[in-house]
Ligand binder design. Sequence first.
Ligand SMILES: NC(=O)c1ccc[n+]([C@@H]2O[C@H](COP(=O)([O-])OP(=O)(O)OC[C@H]3O[C@@H](n4cnc5c(N)ncnc54)[C@H](OP(=O)(O)O)[C@@H]3O)[C@@H](O)[C@H]2O)c1
Length: 246
Amino acid sequence: MKRVMLIAGGSGSIGSAIAREAVAYGWTVAIHGRSEDKVHALVADLSGEASGEAEGFVVDVRSSDAAELLVADVAEQFGRLDAVIDCTATGPAGIVGPFSDTDPDAYGTFLDLSVGWLQRLAHAAWPFLEQDGGTLISFVSDAGVFAAPRQAMIGAARAGAIGFIRNFAMEAARSGVRAHCISPSFVEDSESARRMGSARMEKAARRAGLGLPTARDIAPLAVFLCSDDAARITGQVISVNGGLNC
Ligand SMILES: NC(=O)c1ccc[n+]([C@@H]2O[C@H](COP(=O)([O-])OP(=O)(O)OC[C@H]3O[C@@H](n4cnc5c(N)ncnc54)[C@H](OP(=O)(O)O)[C@@H]3O)[C@@H](O)[C@H]2O)c1
């Protein structure tokens, strides 16, 4: 039976590159997103071009039972779940920028969408992941590891996700389950690069000795970490940033 990978936020820039890579390696991929059109367009694009298969799932992660519903839908459709990759990007307004300009009313929601959502997703997926030694991967960002101006809120949320994954990984290893964080910084041709604007991207590109990655540079790492070849690796936080932060 083919192994099943759920990519939460799979219709986004990085998630869709991972979906393409995973399908090429024979995974059955459950692609999640918020916009039905985006999810279905990606599923249609992937169908028939590779050895695996893809199916779409649309759930808004802002509802408290979203993780349970999503995992239950995927499990009902495919009967198993071997890898969960969280690529959702849910930053509300009032979080990015100089700390004094951020909105305290947005802090709680942002932390819950960043860390609480990941924990609920891991909790819902656990009974499936432990069946056959599955993998959980959380996309974070370098702000959780390397200090930078204008990132105090993002850094706090990402550090929370990293703390969860590393502690979870120690415990989960006893059940054969692995967990990692992948940490991008600036990703060329992504939605957030467009949101960030060309001036900041160009400045970052000048500092990245290897050149800034695209989503296609990140996808193979995610698929490798979910493969049997990575069976003895867990609890790692791996930056893919072209040498911007080391
Ligand atoms: N790209 C970068 O430069 C960069 C840098 C550092 C860290 N990261 C992190 O890497 C991960 C992936 O980034 P990305 O560039 O692929 O992001 P993206 O292109 O913006 O994709 C985000 C995904 O999350 C989904 N999503 C957002 N809000 C949702 C909601 N309320 N309910 C359900 N789904 C929702 C989006 O669906 P819709 O499109 O339908 O809303 C989309 O599938 C994120 O955690 C991001 O913060 C990215």
